[in-house]
Design a protein around this ligand. Structure first.
Ligand code: SF4
Ligand code: SF4
Length: 274
């Protein structure tokens, strides 16, 4: 396979893990517990629909989430679990019309969400690493896809923690191999509010770092590792992130950027950046 075809197949695989709310019955707006303090519109128990969810599963205030400062809603990303559960696992049934499946559907969603999140990291890791480790990751990816093809009752029986341990050990191996090429040893995790303006941060390891409100404007970020970094309110204006590693939709949704910010092709630019 040519490099271009490989790149395209990774892009397609990651795109399938982008939330497609039009193909979902608003599951996250019902299934999840959330609070006003975390940037959601109300304090709500799991299973209770948000009061802004319409009868046809749309958000009544979608275009005003920013105005209402609903950062929790703006940041949330389900890694494509919503449409998978609605369209594939429940074949288009919805929790409102089929209330007898609602509780089960929400539990299945919580498991598929975790599996899809791990799948997303596995694909990113596969893209970034050498052939030796890729074989191990390929098996984990295949296993993941098989699990989400199962029936709801079987999905509920999946040992997510056991699978997660194996995924984490694969990801650690990838990070270890990436860190070998780093310019410096990583000793700091806390970069809250730090100004990096226009620095060359190519290949830097920001995995699990606190980048809250950090200023990365104009920085060079080729192969920069953002695995698990907290990027709330980080300034990404005028940066090219197309080649950075492990950057999720949720990180993008919580950071600040502008029309010049370039993001990986599998992610969606927030409306507020345009
Ligand atoms: S669960 Fe996912 S696809 Fe469904 S509404 Fe929420 S974000 Fe959109
Ligand atoms: S405000 Fe809209 S996006 Fe947020 S939880 Fe309610 S329906 Fe969902």
């Amino acid at each position: 396979m040519s490099n271009q075809s490989k790149e395209n197949s990774y892009k397609e695989a990651l795109k399938e893990l982008a939330a497609n709310c039009g193909e979902c019955c608003g599951i996250c707006c019902v299934a999840l517990y959330f609070t006003k303090m975390d940037g959601f519109p109300e304090d709500k128990r799991p299973g209770k629909p948000c009061s802004n969810l319409t009868d046809d599963f749309k958000c009544k205030i979608h275009s005003d989430l920013m105005k209402h400062q609903l950062k929790g809603c703006m940041a949330y990303d389900c890694f494509g679990a919503g449409q998978k559960v609605t369209r594939e696992i429940y074949k288009g049934l919805d929790w409102r019309e089929h209330s007898e499946c609602a509780g089960e559907m929400f539990q299945v969603f919580l498991i598929v969400y975790q599996l899809h999140q791990m799948l997303w990291y596995l694909i990113e890791a596969h893209k970034a690493t050498s052939k030796n480790i890729q074989n191990q990751l390929t098996l984990l990816i295949q296993e993941n896809k098989e699990m989400t093809k199962m029936k709801p009752a079987e999905i509920l029986g999946v040992d997510v923690e056991e699978y997660r341990q194996r995924v984490n050990s694969g990801l650690k191996e990838v990070c270890h191999s990436l860190n070998k090429g780093l310019k410096q040893d990583k000793k700091t995790f806390n970069y809250m509010g730090k100004s990096f303006k226009k620095q060359n941060l190519d290949g830097e390891d920001f995995s699990m770092a606190l980048l809250i409100a950090a200023d990365l404007e104009g920085c060079s970020l080729r192969k920069t590792n953002f695995l698990g970094a907290d990027m709330r309110d980080a300034n990404l204006n005028n940066t090219d992130l197309s080649d950075s590693l492990f950057l999720t939709q949720m990180q993008i949704n919580t950071a600040r950027g502008n029309s010049n910010t370039i993001i990986p092709g599998s992610l969606i630019k927030p409306d507020t950046w345009k």
